[in-house]
Design a protein around this ligand. Structure first.
Ligand code: GLA
Length: 388
């Protein structure tokens, strides 16, 4: 078993089966992905959790009410699989739903919270995602639903005090007055909760609107995020590269997720990730930003260009520039707008590695395009200022 902090105080990093495999998951494929996580270096970069999503369970519960794995897909059972994943030094995650059925109409946990929590703990499950679907009784209100999520979390913790609890309570409240109360409640009892819709359709054309839509949904929620509890924007690199996303799309997604301190759960076939995508996912600067312990809370605009900022653990300030308009546009910002008091500063592009020094920041981006930059006061000038 891995010795890293669990449950992590920072946004969890790992792998999830959903976008790549949907319900076509088997134990050999899961083990293959776990092995690839290790051999690709992703595990060493922090992606240390392997999560099954929907589709792992048998079509019906056993006669004694127990939830079991689909015997054709998981012939050796869930405890065995958890053991295999643990033997690789990784954590093991599983999925269920708060209602009677999952989003794929498989058995959910309604009426079985205690029983399922006990089974998951016995199997060695480290991470449980509870979806907001399926067959809730007539008359279920947000309050009662919230209580069910709270109660399920309590059961999970009772049998495994170290479990990471991920859930989707807010997702069906998006766009309603009940959204914020659902997020607020989630932050009290879960480690992460989904704040934006599923990603889709997964195409290049939809990548930028989806990523920027998720960003807009999450920006007002920064006060709910902090060590041990994070807003969840959904998985990263969904079915990449089959999705048709470009590297620029992937860079944009990782930039937004890192600024927003969202969990980073890769949902692609690790074996099919091109070297550039692997390098992007392992980018230490991006990971440090994601794991910095805070979600971005400051945004300024110049024309169509939005600049989001937060403290950069590597020094200075991280700024994500986003063109929210429909045409190529240039944004101009003064250094004091980023809290920098020196006359000159240096900028480092987190994705290209390009460096520049400047006395103001001028950024030109195509519609929907982003740029992630670390900006630091010019050191020489600081020295001059100190000596002078
Ligand atoms: C919902 C969730 C997804 C995924 C699917 C599985 O749509 O939001 O993340 O778990 O269910 O059916």
């Amino acid at each position: 078993m891995t010795s890293s902090e669990w449950p992590p105080s920072r946004p969890v990093m790992g792998f999830n089966t959903w976008y790549q495999f949907r319900t076509n998951i088997t134990e050999s494929q899961v083990i293959r992905q776990a092995q690839l996580l290790v051999s690709s270096g992703l595990a060493a970069a922090g992606y240390n959790c392997v999560n099954l999503d929907d589709g792992w369970m048998a079509a019906e519960r056993a006669a004694n009410g127990e939830l079991t794995g689909d015997a054709a897909k998981f012939p050796q059972g869930m405890a065995w699989l958890a053991g295999q994943v643990h033997a690789l030094g990784l954590r093991f995650g599983i999925y269920t739903a708060i209602g009677t059925r999952t989003c794929q109409s498989l058995p959910g946990s309604w009426g079985h919270y205690d029983q399922d929590a006990k089974a998951f703990a016995a199997w060695g499950v480290d991470f449980v995602k509870v979806d907001d679907c399926g067959g809730l009784p007539e008359g279920t209100t947000l309050d009662t639903l919230t209580e069910h999520f709270r109660q399920f979390g309590a059961c999970l913790r009772q049998y495994n005090p170290e479990v990471l609890y991920s859930q989707e309570l807010p997702i069906h409240q998006i766009g309603r007055p009940s959204f914020l109360p659902a997020v607020r409640a989630s932050a009290e009892f879960a480690h992460m909760w989904r704040v934006a819709h599923d990603e889709g359709p997964l195409t290049h054309d939809n990548a930028s609107p989806m990523i920027l839509g998720h960003l807009a949904a999450d920006l007002p929620l920064h006060s709910f995020a902090g060590p041990g509890h994070w807003n969840d924007l959904d998985m990263v690199a969904p079915a990449f590269p089959a999705s048709g996303w470009t590297m620029a799309d992937l860079h944009s997604q990782l930039s937004v997720w890192a600024m927003e301190a969202s969990p980073l759960l890769i949902s692609a076939d690790i074996g099919a990730l091109p070297p550039a995508a692997l390098a992007a996912l392992k980018n230490p600067h991006m990971i440090a930003l994601d794991q910095s312990g805070e979600q971005c809370s400051t945004v300024i605009m110049n024309g169509d260009i939005e600049a989001l900022m937060k403290r950069d653990p590597a020094g200075g300030i991280a700024v994500l520039f986003v063109n929210l308009g429909t045409h190529t546009a240039t944004g101009r910002f003064s250094l004091p707008q980023f809290g920098i008091t020196s006359a000159r500063a240096s900028g480092y592009d987190v994705w290209t590695g390009n460096k520049a020094t400047f006395s103001e920041v001028s950024v030109t981006l195509d519609a929907g395009q982003t740029m992630l930059m670390q900006i630091q006061p010019d050191e020489e000038e600081d020295e001059v200022a100190l000596c002078g």
